[in-house]
Design a protein around this ligand. Structure first.
Ligand code: PBG
Length: 330
């Protein structure tokens, strides 16, 4: 024997010991499940995201029932809007009889305790496919109009609040929108509606499949004038400070897996709860690796989610929320 009194492996030698010293555990309450909804009567598989569906409102309500059964407490809704309802001013986003208000009302009628988060951004409703209102000059160059967009986002947030949403989640990355949305909600007595701000939202290739799911990809240009450069950290703190000053209730980092350093630092820097979104591309990388027989799906899911939690996220938005909760019951 060597003289090695310091042996960390002593604590790992049995399952019971390993369990005893486990520092982070996923819990079903950590999750928010993203759900896609469309106005059609029948649900459809999403080609760009195998394993996910665009749900009819009645199937959406059923799905929510299954999530509630499993102990999941929150959903975030994304609408696939019919092409003919999309316009350059995206006015459908605040139609009180529109898809999202109907979906919220249908869910709340059956599962009032289920937290409903809604995405605040124009891309599903915008014929230009951008999160903001697009101005095109005579040479075809586009700019995203910040202030006009913020005004529309406020109308959208109010519309969702009226329909019964619990939390609005602005994912658009326009300047000043958190403060304006807060003021708009407060002015109509919706001071209890929380804002989950996508504070550090990076311009990411990992969103590709999601845009396929909603057919919401930008028609021209990219999202780099509003979403952040993956190379940057300081900028994420500038956004954090602003969203906090504008009274966001929860701060979100997105994507999650490639931005664990940002999650970690957000958790240290802020007293607000931190959410992280394991996005469509992260989901599909796991799906593809597993389908090819290269990777163990269940272990990879557990490890990826646990890493997000270990980095510091209180809340995990993941397409695996239901799958994970189902595995727990096996
Ligand atoms: C749109 C929005 C996107 C996602 C959530 N809200 C796409 C984008 O910004 O282009 C991505 C989610 C995912 O990839 O799972 N405002």
């Amino acid at each position: 024997m060597l003289n090695l009194p310091n042996r960390p492996r002593r604590n790992r030698q049995s399952l019971a010991l390993r369990n005893l010293i486990e520092e982070n555990k996923l819990h079903v309450h950590d999750f928010i499940a993203p759900l896609f909804v469309h106005a059609k009567q029948v649900s459809e598989n999403i080609e760009a995201m195998p394993g996910c569906s665009r749900l009819s409102i009645s199937d959406l309500v059923k799905e929510c029932g299954e999530l509630v059964q499993l102990g999941i407490q929150g959903v975030i809704l994304f609408p696939a809007i019919a092409e003919e309802l999309k316009t350059s001013c995206a006015a459908e986003c605040y139609n009180q009889d529109g898809l999202i208000p109907q979906a919220i009302e249908a869910i709340k009628a059956k599962y009032p305790q289920l937290l409903i988060v809604t995405d605040i951004a124009l891309d599903p409703y915008n014929s230009d496919g951008h999160d903001g209102i697009v101005n095109t000059d005579k040479n075809g160059n586009i700019t995203i109009l910040n202030d006009a967009t913020v005004t529309t986002l406020c109308q959208q947030a109010l519309c969702h609040a009226k329909a019964g949403a619990d939390i609005v989640a602005p994912s658009d990355m326009m300047d000043g929108r958190i403060g304006e949305i807060r003021a708009a909600l407060d002015s109509q007595d919706y001071q209890d509606i929380a804002i989950m701000a996508y504070s550090a939202k990076y311009a990411s290739a990992y969103y590709g499949p999601f845009r396929g799911a909603l057919e919401s990809a930008p028609k021209a240009g990219d999202k780099k004038t509003y979403q952040m450069n993956p190379a940057n950290t300081s900028e994420a703190f500038r956004e954090l400070a602003l969203d906090q000053a504008e009274n966001a209730d929860i701060l979100m980092v997105k994507p999650a897996g490639s931005y664990l350093d940002i999650i970690y630092q957000y958790r240290k820097q802020s007293n607000l709860p931190i959410a992280a979104y394991q996005v469509s591309g992260e989901y599909l990388m796991i799906e593809a690796g597993a389908a090819a027989g290269w990777l163990d799906k269940d272990k990879l899911i557990e490890e990826s989610l646990l890493s997000i939690k270990r980095a510091g996220a209180h809340i995990i938005v993941s397409y695996y929320a239901k799958y994970w909760a189902q595995n727990l019951q096996k």
